[in-house]
Ligand binder design. Structure first.
Ligand code: ZN
Length: 278
């Protein structure tokens, strides 16, 4: 068996809810584009794909048919990448409309945003206690592991509460999302602090949005965490230069990891590290 200690799980988040073709013509937004991009990222070495979909007008969406089409296109190939579906692709939806795609499609992972926050000084990113209880239980019932997204320190304490209540099960897997408008900023100090709050048997990854992307990635690799790249978080390869493809980010991360004697985990190694049972 491979030694998993120096393996880094690399998630690619190619689409997200916000960037448009006007921001970057290279972002994949419709099912065929997303599935092809994920296939290419998998061939380049990505372990997990974090998936959002858009409606026919390329707007933020939780459209059930778009999720189904995207997942089926990926599953129809030889690609064994771990699928992680968002439960937060569109604001203001009913609880059920954020959950029915994961119950039907049973990805191995799905996002679990562990609290509410003001988003970009304009609206509320709502994850009510009622929703988090329902979502946690639906994930347990369907063998879907929550990726607990943390935008602010209080959300870690929410996760610890749900762990105690049995809504979440150990070992927990955290994703620290730094630099979102309204959440904690993408600083090394914030990441170091958040890491001190989680249970010792947890796994964790982190990402910095926009210009925080590379500093947070380097810090995460140095601290032994897992990383996420992709146009959901950052569309620029370097200052003022758009990435031509999400594959560019995957390949760069592989090179950076190799320089410090780490290797990117295969999808099966990621399954083992995260104790996925699906
Ligand atoms: Zn997302």
């Amino acid at each position: 068996m491979n030694d998993l200690d120096n393996k880094v799980i690399l998630t690619v988040a190619p689409t997200g809810a916000w960037p448009s073709k006007g921001d970057t013509p290279h972002i994949p937004l419709q099912p065929e584009e997303i599935a092809e991009e994920i296939y290419d990222c998998w061939q380049a070495g990505a372990s997990i794909a974090h998936i959002h979909v858009r409606d026919d007008d390329d707007k933020s969406s939780m459209d059930f048919d778009k999720f189904t089409e995207t997942v089926e296109l990926i599953r129809a190939t030889d690609c064994d990448i771990v699928l992680n579906l968002t439960t937060s692709g569109q604001l203001g939806l009913k609880d059920e409309d954020r959950m029915k795609h994961i119950i039907a499609l049973k990805p191995e992972l799905a996002s679990y945003d562990c609290g509410s926050m003001n988003w970009a000084h304009s609206t509320v990113f709502e994850n009510s206690p009622r929703f988090l209880e329902k979502l946690g239980m639906a994930m347990q019932d369907n063998n879907i592991k929550p990726e607990i997204e943390i935008f602010d320190a209080g959300m870690v304490y929410n996760a610890l509460y749900y762990l105690k209540k049995g809504i979440l099960k150990a070992p927990l897997h955290f994703q620290f999302v730094l630099g979102a408008p309204g959440g904690m900023t993408a600083t090394v100090e914030n990441l170091m602090f958040l890491k001190t709050l989680i249970p010792a048997d947890s796994t964790w990854g982190a990402l910095g949005i926009g210009r925080g992307h590379l500093p947070i990635m380097y810090t995460t690799l140095a601290l032994g965490g897992h990383v996420r790249v992709g146009m959901e978080d950052n569309i620029y390869y370097s200052k003022g230069v758009l990435a031509k493809s999400n594959v560019d980010f995957v390949e760069r991360t592989k090179r950076i990891a190799a320089e410090i004697d780490k290797e990117i985990a295969t999808p099966d190694e990621a399954r083992e590290i995260l104790s996925l049972s699906n």
